[in-house]
Write a protein that binds this ligand. Sequence first.
Ligand SMILES: [Zn+2]
Length: 187
Amino acid sequence: MHCDGGSEIDDSFDTVLVQGPQGDVVVDAETARLCWLAEMLGRPIRAIDCTRCGGAQLDRQTAVHHSSLARTCSTCGHVVKTSDSAVANPLADAWERIGLPRPQPARVSIATLSIAARDYSVIALWPTSTEILSNEGELELGGVHVHAWDLEGEMIVDATLGTLTVDGIAIGTDAVRHEAARVALMH
Ligand SMILES: [Zn+2]
């Protein structure tokens, strides 16, 4: 979570209550993580309610990984069928329910950087992801986010790139997304 304004917040929380102009939503870490995982796997997410009890459906890890047209409602046990293989996650339309603008997919970075691993003590990279909720219309920059520390331990690279080349091996956004999803699915 990032907040700028009177007070700035840049931190991680287990649960965040977001008060929008038309309502509130509670975002918990697991539901947000399942959103992120679907995005890393390139799967669309959609808010799906049970056709019997109206309960919001949440596809867990296995269902996010393997497409399914049917899910069992965790509230009433009814089998909820859908015609497409979107991942069910109540955060998909949270922006609409609380009256915020639709989060925009990031503008993909076209920047590139080529480095030699021997010049750095640590190189860390991860894929950027779309915000679940945002009240600013500005487009984020997406791609491969890189932090790298020099041999004295000072962070000298903090960038969002289209491609990072390390020792001649090019690492693009898709590769980093696949690796992030693979690691997440192992846990
Ligand atoms: Zn139900």
